[in-house]
Design a protein around this ligand. Structure first.
Ligand SMILES: CCCCCCCCCCCCCCCCCCCCCC(=O)SCCNC(=O)CCNC(=O)[C@H](O)C(C)(C)COP(=O)(O)OP(=O)(O)OC[C@H]1O[C@@H](n2cnc3c(N)ncnc32)[C@H](O)[C@@H]1OP(=O)(O)O
Ligand SMILES: NC(=O)C1=CN([C@@H]2O[C@H](COP(=O)(O)OP(=O)(O)OC[C@H]3O[C@@H](n4cnc5c(N)ncnc54)[C@H](OP(=O)(O)O)[C@@H]3O)[C@@H](O)[C@H]2O)C=CC1
Length: 515
């Protein structure tokens, strides 16, 4: 019997960000391994014209929850969606709901965040810092609370090369930042943002670091732990391999590369690709929840959930594996044949962006215009290149994260818990994982049918022929122009032609003699 699964039985659990990528996988695993849990409260905001109930219904009826419905048929009754907006004071939760949360919650998993790299500092502070502070305030009023698990990121201190399982203070206190966001206007915030974030690349990593400081400062008597995952990717094993539902991290780039939009990036092939599967993060999170509640460590423990020091894979190798997967599992209606060239040279990348990205987009838009359709490729390409430029920071560096707490926790688990809540990435086979990832992107993000694979392969063959034809035509035109302008080129050309003619005559003559 799994001790961790048993621990969550009968518990009332509060999850923020349950509608997000990680939150859904967390909820699924909780229901599947502890179907006897009492209730999961989720803080949800109405979105995209959908009510709370519609959003929950959509999640529970997704493929991700198919297994849950078998083990926990009354899952609909065990999930309690509470209308909340983490940007509002008291999260805009009604009095009755708040009372219920304060009275019954046993465990909190705080996953909600803005993960956008370019979010305005005011909004990023509101969600990643102020909301964390408010949630801690709520937690301090929960008599039955056993543990508060805060999800941060391994990149909150990405300005350092070696990162320990400690909280590194930012120069300006989070309280001061929160206060100043209330009275500074947007223009001034824009001006001071670069100074505040310092050597971090974006407002996301900066505000996640501030969020950690808040957790440490406001922890009071609460049992708190912080999880720092690296780049969260599709699921590895559970509930099935390859599940992914948003474009963040590598998923968007896999689409862009598989569809042939993106063929070259500024990346360091030898830099470690610290990807971590979503189910691994969730398994560690649940194990940490159990450990924190049962063992009540004296200080806030931080757990790095990374793959680099256990089972490293670099970006160069990963790109080759992604390309190999595209051979087997091509995406439909690719724009060009997939390719993955890495360069660290900024002039070379500008050249490739012009030749391999922008020029084909312009040519395609010209073709769309000619055929009476609306051009769209240049716009899409510009947005894609902007996205890639934001990710470049993370694919050109390697970090070392110490993992003493994660390893300590692994050794604390019973063999059964190590199996059910497996977060040992040493067992991960990257080739297999990447293949499933690409398959998952095709199925769950692009919603493409597997039956279309032969047609997609044919399409890629056609693109290859067009590519060869185009290159040959380009070469001949260039050569023709050169011959017209240069005597040396003309001499070389006549030499080649006469040499070929002589060779041909020789073979003809020798074959006539044999007869
Ligand atoms: C030669 C190629 C070879 C490749 C071969 C394959 C090799 C293997 C894989 C290789 C490398 C992996 C590197 C990962 C490094 C991640 C590091 C994370 C570290 C921290 C981890 C964390 O702790 S935190 C989670 C990460 N947090 C995000 O990852 C949010 C990012 N994101 C945004 O911050 C916003 O998205 C942003 C961009 C502002 C646009 O914002 P925006 O206002 O313009 O609007 P949207 O967000 O709506 O997106 C606008 C259009 O960008 C498209 N798109 C969105 N994301 C995309 C994405 N990742 N890749 C592509 N395309 C993406 C989307 O499809 C839209 O396309 P469309 O125009 O067609 O609609
Ligand atoms: N994905 C990754 O690569 C990594 C993620 N992390 C961390 O993991 C956690 C989860 O990330 P992930 O699942 O990928 O992110 P998602 O963007 O998929 O999910 C974010 C969640 O936060 C919720 N949320 C955002 N704003 C509000 C709001 N104002 N009120 C209520 N809820 C809100 C979203 O709700 P809604 O559905 O309504 O938008 C959603 O449920 C985050 O803390 C992130 O920093 C850490 C490392 C890597």
């Amino acid at each position: 019997m799994s001790m961790i699964a048993a621990f969550y039985g009968g518990k009332s659990i509060l999850i923020t960000g349950a509608t997000g990528f990680l939150g859904k996988v967390l909820m699924e695993k909780l229901f599947r391994t502890s179907p006897d849990l009492k209730v999961i409260y989720i803080l949800v905001r109405p979105k995209a014209g959908q009510t709370l109930q519609q959003r929950v219904f959509q999640i529970l009826n997704s493929k991700l929850f198919e297994k849950v419905k078998e083990v926990c048929p009354n899952v609909h009754e065990k999930i309690r969606a509470i209308s909340a907006d983490l940007n509002q004071s008291d999260f805009a939760i009604s009095k009755e709901d708040m009372q219920e949360l304060l009275s019954y919650t046993n465990i909190i998993f705080h996953c909600a965040a803005t993960v956008r790299f370019d979010d305005h500092l005011r909004h990023a502070v509101q969600l990643n810092v102020t909301a964390t502070q408010q949630l801690l305030l709520m937690a301090s009023q929960m008599p039955k609370l056993e543990a508060f698990i805060h999800i941060s990121t391994a990149f909150s201190n990405c300005n350092l090369k070696h990162i320990d399982e400690v909280i590194y203070p930012c120069p300006v206190e989070p309280k001061k930042i929160i206060d100043s966001m209330e009275w500074l206007d947007d223009a001034i915030i824009d001006e001071i943002t670069p100074k505040l974030i310092g050597d971090r690349p974006n407002t996301y990593t900066y505000t996640k670091a501030l969020g950690e400081m808040v957790v440490q400062q406001e922890s009071g008597n609460i049992n708190i732990a912080i999880i720092r995952p690296s780049i969260v990717g599709a699921t590895w094993q559970e509930p099935f391999p390859g599940w992914v539902d948003n474009l963040n991290g590598p998923s968007g780039l896999i689409i862009a590369a598989g569809k042939g939009f993106l063929r070259c990036v500024r990346a360091t092939p030898m830099a470690v690709a610290d990807l971590i599967p979503a189910d691994t993060v969730v398994n560690l999170t649940l194990a940490v929840g159990w450990y924190t509640a049962v063992h009540r460590p004296k200080s806030v423990l931080i757990y790095h959930c990374t793959s680099g020091n256990f089972n490293p894979c670099n970006w160069g190798k990963m790109a080759l594996q992604v390309l190999a997967a595209f051979e087997k599992i091509p995406f439909e209606r690719a724009f060009r044949r997939p390719n993955a060239d890495f360069t660290t040279n900024s002039i070379t990348i500008q050249y490739w962006n012009a030749v391999s990205h922008r020029a084909p987009a312009i040519i395609y838009d010209f073709y769309l215009r000619l055929t009476g359709r609306k051009p769209r490729m240049t716009k899409l390409m510009n947005r894609l290149l902007r996205t890639v430029s934001m990710l470049e920071y993370f694919i050109n560096r390697s970090w070392e994260w110490s993992t003493d707490n994660t390893e300590m926790l692994m050794s604390e688990l019973s063999p059964e818990d190590q199996r059910v809540f497996n977060f040992d990435v040493r067992q991960l086979n990257w080739l297999e994982y990447i293949e499933n990832y690409v398959l998952g992107v095709k199925k769950y993000l692009l919603k493409e049918d597997m039956a279309g694979i032969p047609k997609a392969k044919q399409h890629l063959k056609r693109l290859r022929n067009i590519h060869y034809l185009f290159n040959t035509a380009l070469f001949l035109i260039a050569w023709r122009l050169l011959i017209a302008r240069s005597q040396v080129a003309r001499n070389v050309w006549f030499f080649i032609v006469s040499f070929c003619y002589k060779l041909l005559s020789y073979f003809r003559a020798s074959s006539t003699l044999k007869v």
